[in-house]
Ligand binder design. Structure first.
Ligand code: ADP
Length: 408
């Protein structure tokens, strides 16, 4: 069965086609600068000699539906396409950022679901509208396929009130849905499942702490396969210090800056989302590779930015060990977690107190699945590359089979 996975950002479309009988990617692509000038396209048929094809698109790609049409032209292309006709795509999985309190799991998208998603848009005004545009465009173009929504927030809907409520008047939670939602749920769920293979135990017997450390970063406490707490909150701005996002700050800093620097709401959002984090601290970059190079050359602000990042991650790990009442596996995933032996070592150094150590040789791996802890460690430290697209494709097939039976 062939499944298309779609991830629509405000001005981008990422897509992958899977052959789910072998769980293999057949092709992947990306269209950037939708609705603005000079749109770009990347497309790759896996295993093809030409590899990744990058091109400037001559015309303006006016909206997400237009971008999906453009993607389809690549997918059916005689030379390096992977489908002959659109009917081969039985189901389309959509990454949806915010499902509010409405979705505990992935869903088949119908008119009712679309209405609920539109209502959730005020919780994620930058993310949900393009997600919805992608769904509507796909519904028209792949009219015979089933559309499935997979939410970043759904995995965290298992959190209890004591984890997700903020210490603000309860009426504001009731009126506006002001609470912690958590994000990266698809990634945390995926790596938790993979951890069962490395730890040779079912999820029902495991307490896990998953560290998704990429440009955006979040930590999740997982008990028996369920998220009990996570560092991101009402939006993906809360939690650890990230590439360019501040993470937790004293909320008074916002009103202080509004007063002293006369910043507008838009400017504050820009400052905290795009100019803060390790970028803002270092003044160098939001890319951890650049920071490490600079720190090695003696740049003190780059070093401090890395120290702050590590320290903030460690504080969450420590608190989640208490929340879970112990831990069996600490998981590192995403760009930094999968590829930076330096950051992993610095984080685990703080855990020596509880006897956890990493094996320096094993820790040298990048982008591989591996237990990197020493044999005598009281719990395991695992590197598990995330694969959100595969997880979306799996959930899509699961719902498709539930609806139509497992004959395809
Ligand atoms: P996102 O999906 O949030 O954009 P990713 O999970 O792709 O982020 O992670 C991107 C980040 O991973 C980059 O900013 C870069 O700092 C980091 N990264 C990638 N490779 C390495 C590496 N070898 N060492 C350190 N950091 C790395």
């Amino acid at each position: 069965m062939k499944v298309l996975v779609i991830n629509c950002g405000s001005s981008s479309l990422k897509y992958q086609v899977f052959n789910m009988s072998k769980e293999e990617v057949l092709a992947r692509g990306e269209i950037e600068r939708i609705g603005i000038d000079n749109p770009r396209s990347r497309y790759e048929k896996m295993g093809a000699k030409e590899g990744l094809k990058e091109a400037l698109i001559e015309k303006v790609i006016s909206n997400h539906k237009h971008a999906i049409k453009f993607a389809v032209d690549n997918l059916v292309n005689e030379e390096d396409g992977v489908i002959k006709e659109l009917n081969e795509i039985k189901a389309v999985g959509h990454r949806i950022v915010h499902g509010g309190e409405n979705f505990f799991s992935s869903v088949i998208i119908d008119e009712e679901v679309l209405k609920v998603l539109e209502r959730c848009s005020n919780l994620a005004p930058l993310h949900n509208p393009p997600n919805i545009a992608g769904i509507k465009g796909t519904q028209e173009i792949f009219a015979n396929s089933v559309q499935v929504g997979v939410f970043d927030t759904a995995f965290h809907q298992s959190m209890k009130k004591k984890s997700y409520l903020y210490g603000i008047p309860y009426e504001l939670y009731e009126k506006y849905g002001l609470r912690k939602y958590g994000f990266h749920g698809t990634s945390h769920k995926y790596v938790a499942k993979r951890a069962t293979l490395l730890l040779e135990k079912p999820l029902s017997e495991l307490k896990l702490i998953s560290c998704h450390l990429g440009n955006g970063a979040s930590i999740c406490a997982i008990d028996k396969g369920k998220s009990v707490d996570t560092s991101m909150g009402f939006t993906p701005l809360e939690g650890v210090v990230m590439g360019s996002r501040s993470g937790d700050i004293d909320p008074t800093i916002v009103t202080f800056l509004q007063e002293k620097e006369e910043l507008s709401t838009k400017e504050i959002n820009e400052l905290l989302n795009n100019n803060s984090g390790v970028l803002g601290l270092s003044g160098v970059s939001n890319d951890f590779r650049d920071l490490q190079l600079e720190a090695n050359k003696g740049n003190q602000r780059a070093k401090i930015a890395l120290d702050v990042f590590v320290y903030r991650v460690v504080k969450f790990i420590g608190s989640y060990i208490m929340v879970l009442g112990g831990v069996d596996g600490l998981i590192f995933t995403a760009g930094v977690g999968e590829n930076s032996p330096y950051i992993r070592e610095k984080i685990v150094d703080y855990l020596n107190y509880v006897g956890v150590k990493i094996d320096r040789n094993k820790n040298q791996i990048k982008g591989e699945e591996k237990d990197i802890s020493t044999q005598d460690s009281p719990f395991r430290v695992l590197v598990i590359p995330t694969n959100e697209e595969l997880m979306i494709a799996r959930e899509t097939v699961e719902l498709y089979n539930w609806k139509f039976g497992d004959k395809n």
